[in-house]
Design a protein around this ligand. Structure first.
Ligand code: PEP
Ligand code: MG
Length: 840
């Protein structure tokens, strides 16, 4: 036997690599090592195929001499990664007039003619490149059909159909090698992530013929269900068939296992069936993977043609990995590494069925994963009204504001024209697990006229149905088929293993008791950010809040805050109870006050009525609070220092709630976080007030309690001056949403408009609101962390911007020595797994 590494018979110790001969060749070798019944096969390396494409054909006779001269052959692609595709397999090479005669004696003349016909057809189309239409009028009778196909071939090619197997094989190899080099194939595989120089290997295999006397046929079989991962024999088998016939539908496939509904492979070929099962179990154990076998039965005898990794969705992937580890076939760490953290989204949210046709109206930023179908509405009120009628709505807004929150809760999905990964709609959507597409600016939004115009001119009116795919950032026309979310025991087991190896904690951003419950269910280790302003949008509170904003004297303001105090106390006590003593980090009030006021004239009039004030006074106050750039204006700690009563009320509510739940047996050390700090003196001032409220509560109640004060680092200056700030506090948490906004000078609410163009042009490698910018923003984090730890080694460090749920960003935080990351509740499992993978 010729020992050539580029053209080699597959034997247990032949020099074959997936990176030189492709995945199929490597896998066949693994099967050969297991002594499984694979037909003799020759692997041609990437290099051999490159040479063939360039016109340098190896000696076919030498190649054929290694195989049975009476056998038919097939050639199949073997690329490095099977997802990259490859030319179609060509079967029945070696078929000729003479072979038809010989084979006819064995399998019957009709079956032999069908094989010959099949070869002539595929050779004509894929090798000689004849137009498939030419074979349209094929007669039904196999003999006539064969004569017809041979005639068409001869007429078009002006040559007799080649009868020499060496010629046939050479031509097949040449055409497959060239097809790989074609522009379409190249573009297709590059779109799937293949490198420009991805190689193609080919395997030439002796065929087991699935046609003939006795039980003959072909099929595929696996031991698990590809959608759930449950142990279940699945696949297809078709008698008198070959190749992937059984998969092409149309003809009636048989059951694999014995089944009352009809004949099965198990009954027709019991021995072959039993062998298949045992081979698959062996493959699972030895190849450490759930495999699908491609097989042929020839007169009841089993031949394995190939074994491929079972195709699977995310849910099945989790359950397969867990089962392999539980059976001791792979270590737990490997099971953890086999799951792409983001794929867990598929288990946590409903998704558009990946096999369904998609009628895409437009694309935007995939701001919150999951999918939902609903009728479009253009106002929060319409969404609430529809919800009351039990209708599912998609809330469509140019952008959302705090006033839309209740409407958002009542919608099944959100679509906005503006915004990016950290805009209001995106943050709320992720927080409550609502599918959300933002920045869909290719759609024309005419919210006043209540219509949308898609880029292709289609017009949608209020009440028309769309499906929002927040996982892929697509808006689909009408009702798309959805797959339910579903996680099972395997998911919980995998998460448990992740927690065992993980060395950075994961908390959740949670603002309301509902969020906190979700965070707790996803086993977050506490709350890393409670945005207290989100507690003020409930109708009754909003009214008191507005009274507070309109108070003209300090006494009036105090009276309004006095009414807010018990509400906040109850909010915090609820959070503490739900989190059962785990850390809860409460951020003091952050947004500018004007966000709590109505923005239009009708709203002003309503407010004037409610507060019993003249309209002009309301309008003046709204105008007085207006700012040119509210994001950089009177908000956060600036408000805390200039209107200190708000923070004092909140801090008192936190302390009183702490004492309240302590009475119920829930021990908690609350964390109080000051937002938007840029100078250490700000911290000093707020700290002084917090300490005096603590002293007051202690002396009023005669009870002691502990708390931790910290700072949210979300301005570049706070990061740079972290050394001054750190000695005054117990923790620093990086708010990378604002920090990204301020470092880039890039509005988080407007970036969606041009972000995809910027990323496409390579200006930014990724949306920096989504993946932490390692070159710039992360440097500020490093500087901040280093200076802070140098000044206060006991400091707790964390991240609470949206990046906290992003696997790449978590890697940075872990390397920088952070104690925890905090992200939206639905992203907690993703973060737990991503963090675990870093520690494996
Ligand atoms: C931040 O700025 O990173 C943050 C977490 O706060 P918010 O998104 O509320 O501004
Ligand atoms: Mg912020």
């Amino acid at each position: 036997m010729q020992q050539d590494t580029d053209i080699t018979l597959i034997t247990p110790d032949a020099p074959i690599g997936a990176d030189t001969h492709g995945g199929r060749a490597k896998c066949l070798q693994r099967l050969a090592r297991l002594n499984l019944p694979i037909p003799p096969t020759i692997a041609l390396s990437f290099k051999a195929i490159q040479r063939i494409a360039a016109g340098d054909m190896p000696d076919m006779r030498a190649l054929l001499s290694q195989l049975d001269e009476h056998a038919l052959l097939c050639v199949r692609p073997s690329s490095e990664d099977s997802d990259w595709g490859g030319p179609r397999a060509v079967l029945n090479i070696g078929m000729s007039g003479a072979m038809c005669e010989t084979l006819g004696a064995r399998i019957g003349p009709e079956a032999a003619k069908r094989l010959y016909l099949r070869f002539v057809e595929s050779y004509a189309i894929h090798v000689a490149r004849l137009d498939p239409d030419m074979l349209d009028d094929m007669p039904g009778d196999p003999e006539d059909a064969l004569a017809f196909a041979l005639r068409v071939y001869e007429d078009e090619v002006e040559e007799a159909f080649p009868q020499d197997p060496a010629v046939q094989l050479a031509e097949v190899l040449r055409s497959m090698a060239r097809a790989w080099d074609g522009t379409t194939a190249r573009l297709l595989r590059q779109a799937k992530g293949a490198p420009a120089d991805a190689g193609l290997g080919l395997v030439v295999q002796e065929m087991a013929i699935g046609l003939g006397r006795g039980e003959c046929g072909s099929g595929v079989m696996q031991l698990v269900n590809s959608k759930s991962g449950a142990r279940q024999i699945t696949g297809r088998y078709l008698s008198q068939s070959q190749g992937r016939d059984a998969l092409s539908g149309g003809k009636e496939a048989l059951y694999l296992e014995r089944d009352p509904r009809g004949p099965s492979l198990e009954e027709l070929a019991p021995e072959a069936f039993a062998q298949l099962k045992s081979h698959l179990s062996e493959m699972r154990e030895k190849l450490r993977e759930e495999m699908q076998a491609e097989f042929t039965i020839e007169n009841g005898k089993l031949h394995l043609l190939d074994g491929v990794r079972v195709a699977r969705n995310a849910r099945a992937a989790v359950s397969i990995a867990v089962a392999l580890a539980e059976d001791g076939i792979i270590p737990r760490e490997e099971a953890l590494m086999r799951i792409e953290p983001r794929a867990l989204n598929e288990l946590l949210h409903r998704q558009v069925d990946p096999e369904a046709k998609r009628d895409v109206l437009a694309r935007g930023v995939a701001a919150s994963p999951g999918a939902a179908t609903g009728k479009i509405v253009f106002t929060a009120e319409a969404s609430q009204a529809a919800a009351a009628r039990g209708e599912a709505t998609v809330l469509v807004r140019r952008e959302t504001t705090s006033e839309d929150i209740r409407g958002m809760h009542d919608a099944v999905a959100i679509l906005t024209e503006r915004g990016g990964m950290t805009s209001h709609a995106a943050v709320i959507g992720r927080g409550i697990g609502l599918p959300c597409v933002v920045g869909a600016s290719s759609i024309r939004f005419q919210t006043a006229a209540r219509k949308l115009t898609a880029p292709d001119g289609r017009i949608l009116k209020e009440g028309d149905e769309v499906t929002i795919d927040g996982t892929n950032g697509e808006v689909l026309f009408g009702r798309a088929p959805l797959l339910d979310a579903g996680h099972d025991d395997s998911f919980q087991v995998l998460m448990g293993w992740a927690d065992d190896v993980r060395d950075i904690a994961v908390r959740a951003n949670a603002d309301t008791p509902m969020d906190a419950q979700m965070a707790h269910n996803f086993q977050a280790e506490g709350i890393g950010l409670c945005r207290t302003e989100h507690m003020f949008f409930e109708e009754a509170r909003l009214r008191v809040m507005r009274e507070m904003i309109f108070a003209s004297t300090s006494a009036d303001r105090a009276a309004a805050l006095e009414r807010l105090l018990p509400m906040q106390r109850a909010d915090f006590a609820d959070l503490f109870r739900i989190m059962k003593g785990q850390s809860v980090c409460i951020r003091l009030f952050d947004p500018p006050l004007h966000e709590f006021l109505p923005s239009d004239r009708a709203g002003h009039r309503e407010l004037a009525e409610a507060l019993d004030l003249p309209l002009s006074k309301v309008t003046r106050r709204v105008e007085a609070l207006a700012e040119y750039n509210p994001m950089l204006g009177m908000r956060g700690v600036r408000l805390g220092i200039t209107v200190p009563e708000i923070y004092e009320m909140q801090v008192r509510a936190i302390f009183e709630a702490t004492l309240q739940v302590a009475g119920e047996g829930v021990e908690i050390v609350p964390e109080i976080m000051i937002p938007l700090v840029s100078a250490s003196r700000e911290v000093e001032l707020v700290k002084g007030r917090v300490d005096s409220v603590a002293a007051a509560v202690r002396s009023e109640t005669g009870r002691d309690f502990a708390f931790r004060l910290g700072v949210m680092v979300e301005t570049p200056r706070a990061a740079l001056r972290a050394g001054d700030i750190a000695p005054q506090v117990a923790f620093l948490s990086f708010g990378t949403n604002d920090l990204t906004q301020m470092t880039y000078g890039l509005s988080r609410d407007d970036a969606g408009r041009f972000m995809s163009e910027y990323v496409q042009l390579g200006v930014y490698p990724e949306d920096p609101f989504h993946t932490l910018d390692l070159d710039g923003v992360a440097e500020l984090l490093s500087i901040g962390a280093e200076r802070a730890r140098a000044a206060n080694p006991n400091l707790t460090l964390s991240i609470c911007g949206e990046h906290g749920g992003n696997p790449e960003s978590i890697a940075f935080c872990r390397a920088a020595g952070f104690d925890y990351v905090s992200c939206s509740p639905f992203r907690v499992p993703v973060a737990r797994l991503a963090a675990a993978q870093l520690a494996v």
